[in-house]
Design a protein around this ligand. Structure first.
Ligand SMILES: Cc1cc2nc3c(=O)[nH]c(=O)nc-3n(C[C@H](O)[C@H](O)[C@H](O)COP(=O)(O)OP(=O)(O)OC[C@H]3O[C@@H](n4cnc5c(N)ncnc54)[C@H](O)[C@@H]3O)c2cc1C
Length: 382
C-alpha cells in the first residue's frame, strides 16, 4: 500500500492551491453576493488545463488521472464551492459522458474544446417530476426523417445557461421502457433556458430549467448506444459522486482552516477561544472528518483510475464527505459565534453552500440505498 501522491499529482495540487488562494478566494464573496457566473475564472482555469485534466492529450486534455482532478477540486472548494461545482459539472457531467460514450467525431467536435475550457456542456437528467426516480421522466426523443426530435423539460441543470455553454446531453425516452442520451447543441431552435434559480448556496454557479420544444438534431447526436442512456447516466454519476466527495472535503477543510484561524485570534474571558476544550473538540472532529473523507474519495478515484469496480466506494465517499461538510459548516459557524452568521465571514457562505452536497448527484438516501444494495439487502432496487 502506498499513500504517497506522484510528483505530478503533488505539482498539480500545489499549483491549484496557489491559484485558488491568489485568484479565486479574493473574488469569492463578491461573486456569491452578485450571484454572478465566474466567467473570467473559468477562462483562467481553461488556461491552466483544469477542464482537460483527466482526458487524454489527443483530445486536448492533460492526460492526468481522476485522482489529480479530485485533488484540484478539493483545493478550489476549500475557498469557493461555486467555482468548484462549475468545474466539477463541466468535467464530470459535461465532458465525461462524451469521453466515455461518444463517437470519435463527437469527441473531436465537443470534447476537445471542452477540455480546453472554451465551451461547457451540461448534463440534463433531472426533471421537475423526479430526480431520484429517474425513470419517471417525460422528455421524449423520436426519430423523424433522420433527425431526433426532442420535446420536454429538465430541472436544476448546472452550467446550462452560461455564455459558453454549447451543448446539453439530454436523457430522453426513445421507445417503450427505453432511455437514450441525445446531444442537443444550445443553438438548436426550440432549445431554451429559464432564468437562473435563486439558490441558498452555490450562488455563482449557473443552474437553470431547460426546455426542448421540437428540437431537431442529427441522428448522429445519439450519445452511446440507443437504450443505454439510463445506464450511461448512472455510470457518469458514479464518477460525479467521487468528485462531489472531493468538493465536500474541500469545503470541510475550508471550514476547519477558517475556524482554527479565528479561534487563535478571538478572545473571550481573557483567553483565545481556541483554548477552550469545547471548541478544540469541534475542530478535532472536523479534522477527523476531513482526513477520512479525503481517504474515501481518493480510494474511489484510485479504483476508477485502475479500471476496477468503484460504484459502492463512490457512494460511500459521497455520502460520508457530504455529511462531514454539512457538520463542519454548522460547527464552523458555531465557533465563529455571531460573526459566523454574518455574510462578511466565509463560513456563512460555506454553511449555505454545504447543504446541496447531500442532495445533488444523488441524495444521501439514494447513496444509502446503493450501499445497502451492495450488502445484498432486498428492496434496494431503484
Ligand atoms: C444546485 C443543484 C444543481 C443540480 N445540477 C443538476 C444537473 O446538472 N443535472 C441534473 O440532471 N440534475 C441536477 N440537479 C438535480 C439533483 O440531482 C436532484 O435534485 C436530486 O437528484 C434529487 O432529486 P429531486 O430534487 O427530484 O428530489 P426527489 O427525488 O423528489 O427526493 C425528495 C426526497 O425524497 C427522498 N427519496 C426519493 N426516493 C427515495 C427512496 N426510494 N427512498 C428513500 N428516500 C427517497 C430523497 O432522498 C429526498 O430526500 C441539481 C440540483 C441542485 C439543487
Amino acid at each position: 500500500m502506498d499513500f504517497e501522491l506522484t510528483e505530478e499529482q503533488e505539482e498539480f495540487r500545489q499549483a491549484v492551491r496557489e491559484f485558488a488562494r491568489d485568484e479565486i478566494a479574493p473574488r469569492a464573496k463578491e461573486l456569491d453576493e452578485q450571484e454572478r457566473f465566474p466567467l473570467e475564472i473559468v477562462r483562467r482555469m481553461g488556461e491552466l488545463g483544469l477542464f482537460g485534466l483527466p482526458f487524454p492529450e489527443r483530445y486536448g486534455g492533460q492526460g492526468g488521472d481522476f485522482v489529480t482532478f479530485c485533488l484540484c477540486l478539493e483545493e478550489i472548494a476549500s475557498v469557493d464551492s461555486s467555482v468548484a461545482i462549475t468545474l466539477e459539472a463541466a468535467v464530470g457531467l459535461g465532458a465525461n459522458p462524451i469521453f466515455r460514450f461518444g463517437t470519435e467525431e463527437q469527441k473531436r467536435r465537443w470534447l476537445e474544446p471542452m477540455a480546453r475550457g472554451e465551451i461547457l456542456g451540461a448534463f440534463a437528467l433531472t426533471e421537475a417530476g423526479g430526480g431520484s426516480d429517474v425513470r419517471s421522466m417525460r422528455t421524449t426523443a423520436r426519430l423523424e426523417g433522420g433527425k431526433w426530435v426532442v420535446d420536454g423539460s429538465k430541472a436544476f441543470i448546472t452550467n446550462s445557461g452560461t455564455p459558453i455553454t454549447a451543448v446539453c446531453a439530454v436523457a430522453a425516452i426513445t421507445g417503450e421502457g427505453e432511455i437514450s442520451a441525445i446531444l442537443v447543441p444550445t443553438d438548436t431552435p426550440g432549445f431554451a433556458v429559464g432564468p437562473p434559480y435563486r439558490k441558498i448556496g452555490w450562488r455563482a454557479s449557473d443552474t437553470r430549467e431547460v426546455t426542448f420544444s421540437g428540437c431537431r438534431v442529427p441522428e448522429a447526436n445519439l450519445l452511446g448506444e440507443r437504450g443505454r442512456g439510463y445506464a450511461q447516466f448512472l455510470e457518469t454519476l458514479d464518477d460525479g459522486r467521487i468528485a462531489i466527495a472531493a468538493l465536500a472535503t474541500g469545503l470541510a477543510r475550508g471550514c476547519l482552516e477558517e475556524s482554527v484561524r479565528y479561534a487563535r485570534e478571538r478572545e473571550a474571558f481573557g483567553r483565545p477561544i481556541g483554548a477552550y476544550q469545547a471548541l478544540q473538540f469541534k475542530m478535532a472532529d472536523i479534522r477527523v472528518g476531513v482526513e477520512n473523507a479525503r481517504l474515501a474519495y481518493l480510494r474511489a478515484a484510485w479504483l476508477k483510475d485502475r479500471g476496477r469496480r468503484y460504484k459502492t466506494e463512490a457512494a460511500i465517499a459521497k455520502l460520508y464527505a457530504s455529511e462531514v461538510a454539512v457538520a463542519a459548516a454548522r460547527d464552523a459557524v458555531q465557533i465563529h459565534g455571531g460573526s459566523g452568521y454574518i455574510e462578511e465571514s466565509s463560513v456563512a457562505r460555506f454553511y449555505r453552500d454545504a447543504k446541496v452536497l447531500e442532495i445533488g448527484e444523488g441524495t444521501s438516501e439514494i447513496q444509502r440505498i446503493l450501499i445497502a444494495r451492495d450488502l445484498g439487502l432486498p428492496g434496494t432496487e431503484l
